[in-house]
Design a protein around this ligand. Structure first.
Ligand SMILES: Nc1ncnc2c1ncn2[C@@H]1O[C@H](COP(=O)(O)OP(=O)(O)O)[C@@H](O)[C@H]1O
Ligand SMILES: [Mg+2]
Length: 241
């Protein structure tokens, strides 16, 4: 099962208008794994996730999801195929309640399916049930990330892409969120692409990792090996010994 590639990029070049940011990115994410993307600030991690979701300009190269060429599909079509993208911020509707957010997430999906999924996610995340009538902006940072995850689950995607989900969270909340990411993979069998600033945290949990430096892949392979690589770790990730 884990040898089945769910997402592949081949020699991907992308950016914003004339600003070429990503160069020749080739990666393969296997179904059911946690694929971690690390790298210095400004190395193109967020741009890469946006590219996978169809939010940048692609100059050349290819993206395949479950064997299908999605290189030029718009974001909504990628979402419909089973890809969820959770940006770093503004991933919930601040002025809407938890309940409204969950139903918003089900936009365009059959009502009875949405009802069923909302009940499911409330069972997974009891804290959200307690906060159903609370506006998202009044939630803690950790709860907001949970809500974003729950909203993604309403669409039952196979691939989750997180952009720095633990940014700005206190250590305890960050750990809870990481446990949830692991749970997504472990219990629900989801595939995870996880961009993370805290390299050690993510590399300890990841199966495979890619290191981006100046928009290029400087390493891709087992996450543990990158963690153990003194030179790359020290040079690019601020990891000590
Ligand atoms: N909307 C944009 N237009 C032009 N350049 C951008 C835009 N967003 C980001 N960039 C540039 O792309 C590069 C990579 O940024 P980003 O993908 O956010 O890196 P990271 O997530 O690794 O910190 C940076 O040089 C950044 O200034
Ligand atoms: Mg970023």
């Amino acid at each position: 099962m884990v040898d089945d590639v769910i997402l592949r990029t081949e020699m991907l070049n992308a950016g914003y208008g004339r600003f070429h940011i990503l160069f020749d990115i080739s990666i393969a994410v296997r179904r059911g794994e946690i694929f971690v993307i690390v790298g210095p600030n400004g190395s193109g991690k967020s741009t890469f996730l946006k590219t996978l979701f169809g939010l940048t300009r692609i100059y050349s190269g290819k993206i395949e999801f479950e064997g299908k060429d999605i290189t030029h599909l718009p974001p909504h079509a990628r979402a419909r195929l089973g890809i969820a993208y959770l940006p770093q911020t503004n991933n919930v509707f601040a002025e809407l309640t938890v309940k409204e957010n969950l139903y918003m997430a089900g936009y365009g999906i059959d009502r009875s399916i949405v009802e069923k999924r909302v009940q499911e996610v409330l069972e997974y995340f009891p804290i959200l049930r307690e906060k159903l009538s609370v506006k998202a902006k009044a939630l803690s940072g950790g709860q907001r990330q949970l809500l974003a995850m729950a909203m993604a689950l309403i669409r039952d995607p196979r691939l989750f892409m997180f952009d720095e989900p633990t940014a700005g969270l206190a250590p305890k909340a960050a750990k809870e969120l990481v446990d949830r990411i692991i749970w997504l993979r472990q219990e629900l069998g989801k595939t995870i692409v996880w961009v993370e600033q805290n390299a050690r945290l993510a590399l300890e949990q990841g199966d495979t990792a890619a290191l981006l430096v100046s928009g290029r892949v400087a390493y891709s392979g087992p996450a543990r090996e990158l963690l153990a690589d003194k030179e790359l770790g020290k040079k690019y990730l601020g990891l000590k010994g």
